[in-house]
Write a protein that binds this ligand. Structure first.
Ligand code: TXA
Ligand code: MG
Length: 355
């Protein structure tokens, strides 16, 4: 099915003022809610990245998300809700004390929790799993749209599968033009990396995907240490979050991550690739220490190492821009894995071509 993709922009004042009641009456959101109720897909802004939503209770509607994105069928989707009360509809059983504390601290916001699914949620949404991922986004447009539709909304990031997630409506249009009927433009996504996915089914939560809420913030809220999925699950041959096994967030241009210990070898490395057009993405601190790079190198600043929030916020837009510069290679500097820096590095490892 081909669509004439409409892009409807929402006024900044309405978003900044968090005018939920007015937003629900906005013609773009009414149109979006109507399409969702008819079983169509709609792209909308969240505070992390843009999402591609559909009715999470309908196999047929959710099937259209997988089709538009070219997403593998075994990768489950996150269900988005507008209020904490809506949680009851989508899960079976209750919350652990840790789960409750986490949603009290971080909802609405960039935290996704894993619980047992209710009958209401379609098996296509969870890719056949008995668990479901749930998040209550804080972006006023997302909340108004979900509330206006009166549905739980399944929504992955609104990019073509494998590409960097979209942080602007324009990114969604570039990837999905003709494949979806509507994009609601709510300006740039503030956080810039996706939500943190946490399994809260056991007493000690496990972080399955680092994201907008940091491990440090989670541990501070709970008062104890959590586990980050990886070693153990991989050794047992089960990826804890099905999405973790796919290559992701990748620009088409090959990307090499520069480890901290390689920082003083940047000049050497660019010489090694002297017959290639190189995009060198570095922090403000490293830029200060560099002098005269050869002409084949395009230097791009990614912000200061001391402000990982800023780096996260610009990351995907930067990768998309670099892809349009006809480069042979992108060299990108590693940043400390502290706070949201851990989510940035997780995305860069997945985008990089070097094992
Ligand atoms: O910030 C976000 O989370 C964005 C916005 C749109 O809300 N959404 C997003 O969705 O990043 P997506 O589909 O790109 O990533 C969902 C991740 C995948 O890694 C998937 O495997 C994991 O969540 N996931 C979903 N359901 C799961 C489940 N039942 N158990 C374990 N992992 C699950
Ligand atoms: Mg995604």
């Amino acid at each position: 099915m081909r669509y004439e993709t409409r892009v409807e922009k929402i006024d900044e004042d309405l978003i900044k003022g968090e005018k939920l009641a007015e937003l629900k009456e906005h013609q773009a959101i009414r149109l979006g809610a109507r399409l969702l109720r008819q079983g169509e897909v709609v792209a909308f802004p969240t505070e992390t990245v843009y999402g591609l939503g559909a009715d999470a209770t309908s196999n047929k509607a959710v099937g259209k998300i997988f089709k538009a994105k070219g997403r593998p069928q075994d990768n489950p989707l996150i269900v988005h809700i507008a209020t904490k009360d809506q949680l009851e509809q989508v899960i079976e059983g209750g919350l652990t004390p840790a789960g409750r504390r986490l949603i009290e601290a971080f909802w609405p916001g960039p935290l996704t929790i894993i619980l047992n699914k209710s009958e209401l949620i379609s098996v296509t949404t969870t890719a056949g799993l008995t668990s479901v991922a749930i998040r209550m986004p804080s972006h006023p447009v997302a909340r108004a749209l979900i509330a206006a539709s009166s549905l739980p909304i399944a929504a992955p990031s609104a990019n073509l599968s494998g590409a960097p997630s979209p942080t602007l409506a324009e990114h969604v249009l570039n990837d999905l033009k003709g494949k979806i009927p509507l994009i609601i433009d709510g300006g740039p996504a503030r956080v810039g990396v996706e939500s943190t996915v946490v399994d809260v089914r056991k007493d000690i939560p496990v972080i399955l995907r680092p994201g907008g809420v940091s491990r440090e913030e989670i541990e501070e809220t709970l008062g104890f240490e959590v586990r980050v999925a990886g070693g153990q699950e991989v050794a047992e041959g089960v990826p804890p979050s099905p999405g973790m096994k796919y290559r992701h967030y990748s620009p088409r241009t090959p990307l090499i991550l520069l480890e901290e210990k390689e920082r003083d070898k940047i000049a050497e490395m660019t010489e090694e690739y002297s017959n290639k057009r190189i995009g060198l993405v570095i922090t403000a601190e490293t830029l200060q220490e560099l002098n005269n790079l050869p002409e084949n190198v395009l230097v791009v600043r990614m912000g200061s190492r001391s402000r990982p929030e800023e780096i996260a916020s610009n990351l995907f837009a930067l990768l998309r821009r670099l892809d349009q510069r006809n480069l042979d290679l992108i060299l990108i500097e590693a940043i400390p894995e502290k706070g949201i820096g851990a989510a940035v590095m997780n995305r860069l490892y997945k985008a990089s071509t070097r094992e």
